[in-house]
Design a protein. Sequence first.
Length: 315
Amino acid sequence: MTSFDEEIANRQAEFHDCFGGQEFLEEDLIEATERLWSAAAVIYGDQAADRAFDALVGAVFPSAVQECGWRGALDMEANGMYSETPGGTLLHDLTAYADYGLVLTPCRSVQERRQVLEAQVERGMLLLQFIGKNLHDQEKSPVRRIVMTAHSRWKLDSGQPLDKHDLSRLSGLAEQSIRNRLSGRAREIRGTTERVEAAEAAAWLSVQKKFVTSLWQHQDDPDLVASYDLAIADPVFVPIAPDNTVFHPGLKTDGVYVVGELGLEQRFESYLDALSALQQMRLPVWRRRSDSGRLMPVKGMTWTRIDRAELAQVC
């Protein structure tokens, strides 16, 4: 039997290998954006809606919007929805929790991971509330499946009662199969279709083939915690992107680092000079290659301290 650490490592590897291979969450986000444009167009007119959405999408994909408008930009840079938008990053992290019972955000303690999960699930439900009714086929929506499965797992992990929908999502069995297991003299699950206590649900789910027990409670990383507690000899403040990557020395392109918003770009041969320029910006923006090879802007969402000697290892 593998240890918690080995199982967590295996699940993380499987998640990173499989994510995006079968479900295309970006299609839901693009569809929702297009339907939101339709509502805006009815209220404010087509031209005003186009200008607004050029600005909205252009905040993430400025060069693509400038080249072919917001619709073309979303089609051209669809793969960047995960790494360049907070919504894509949220769905990426919720997938790891829904399907693998893991937390991707580095945390010092179980309590921190609990707080991260609660906030992510709540934000996912809010996203679904906003865009769910704008999806053409809600029942087949990957976004709906991920958010609702994460919500069902959170109910289980936090000791809340579950219902037939929750058990169906977590077990992979059809709802009629769940009803059958809740009825009759030989019923497998004690409860009703509307209420099954978390302890009862956990016991039944633990023997289901497609269910994996949450392991986020065991994702303790002594090395990470120790690194938090160690004094940083030569601290450098670097900006963090929405996908938790940082501005690092490996981002030089054609011999220079490009920083600054579209139209206000600055180019530096020195990493430290580029970092200094970012530190002086109200909103730090730098460039990196996307999966399609385009040089894309990345916006810093927050900052972190890192030892200057460790910068080369971040690349």
